[in-house]
Design a protein around this ligand. Structure first.
Ligand code: BTN
Length: 325
């Protein structure tokens, strides 16, 4: 695990204009030796950042890049006192917060790269350097675990709200239980891990992955996916996106803590891409097919099965289908 190195950020900020900069003048501007500049460039290249190096001209970024900066995120927050940690590389931001000492306040942790990013159901979450959002938030609740059933749904709604702030037509949807999609392609996922404490309290680790500036090349993801840059056609500043995400997440979590999932049911129905659709639900080794009739008070998926019976499911993986006849 490595905290984000300031030299890396400074070099990227110098190269952000896309022009060539020579090592000596970069070193003079940043008060670094030429060899320290070279080492930092090399490190960025090792992380997969495309930097051209031409003798006599210097270095230039071949694709746009801006790294995460705590100051940039914090200055755009509605509650700027929150603890924010940014890592250059980490196994998993969720695992980091799990091993973190207990704490009363909210902590948000970001990484530029995860070496063992975790998805739901034991899957891997593809986490290349500098492209996307990998964020985990430790959030204390004065509630028992049993009352936090709808948390992943609320989190998905906060993500949809954040992503829709980049579009004019509210084009992002939730897909039960915790995917966010655009035209059927996944753009974000949530992995929530809850730990119980004494006296009915608990704290949640809310892990969020959003595909932001990832484009088509060399991406190893097994299912249809997209990214915010692919949707909007623009390079996205992840600092601004992170601040918008935290602001929405904090207000959704506070409302959830006070009023529960019921107060979000209409918003869920509006953003949901599965309601009325015939889907297959994979849970454990079983698969059931049915028509989606929304969610119940616990956030469980309501499915009308082929025999007409309505059933609520608390977990599983969903995919749109036709009735098997
Ligand atoms: C899924 O859709 O399967 C859930 C993906 C969750 C990915 C995020 S990225 C930040 C946090 N750290 C992890 O290791 N996983 C979550």
């Amino acid at each position: 695990m490595k905290k984000l190195n300031g030299n890396l950020v400074n070099i990227v900020n110098l190269l952000r204009d896309g022009q060539y900069h020579d090592g000596t003048s970069m070193g003079a501007t940043l008060q670094m030796t030429r060899s320290a500049v070279w080492k930092t460039i090399k490190k960025l290249q090792d992380y997969g950042v495309q930097i051209d190096s031409v003798k006599g001209k210097g270095y230039a970024l071949l694709t746009p890049l801006r790294l995460l900066e705590r100051r940039e995120i914090t200055r755009q927050l509605s509650h700027p006192n929150m603890e924010i940690n940014i890592f250059e590389s980490i196994a998993s931001t969720n695992d980091y917060l799990k091993s973190h000492k207990k704490c009363k306040g909210v902590i948000c942790c970001f990484a530029e790269q995860q070496t063992h990013g975790k998805g739901r159901l034991g899957r891997e979450w593809y986490s290349p350097f500098g492209k996307n959002i990998y964020m985990s938030c430790l959030y204390p609740f004065q509630k028992d675990i049993s009352e936090l059933a709808g948390l992943s749904l609320i989190t998905s709604l906060a993500i949809v709200r954040t992503l829709n702030s980049y579009s004019s037509d509210d084009c992002f949807s939730v897909k039960w239980p915790n995917d966010v999609t655009y035209q059927g392609k996944k753009i974000s996922g949530t992995l929530i891990e809850i730990q119980a404490e004494s006296h009915g309290a608990s704290h949640a680790i809310i892990g969020i992955g959003i595909n932001v500036n990832m484009l088509g090349d060399n991406v190893s993801i097994a299912q249809p996916w997209t990214s915010l840059q692919l949707v909007t056609g623009k390079y996205i500043d992840r600092n601004e996106l992170s601040a918008r995400l935290i602001n929405h997440l904090m207000s959704y979590l506070a409302a959830f803590a006070s009023y529960g999932l019921v107060s979000f049911k209409d918003e869920w129905m509006k953003a949901d891409c599965l309601t009325s659709k015939v889907i297959a639900l994979q849970h454990g080794n079983n698969e059931v097919v049915g028509q989606v009739a929304g969610i119940n008070e616990q956030g469980h998926l309501l499915l009308q099965l082929e025999n007409g019976v309505m059933h609520a499911f608390s977990s599983g993986d969903t995919s749109v289908r036709k009735w098997a006849r």
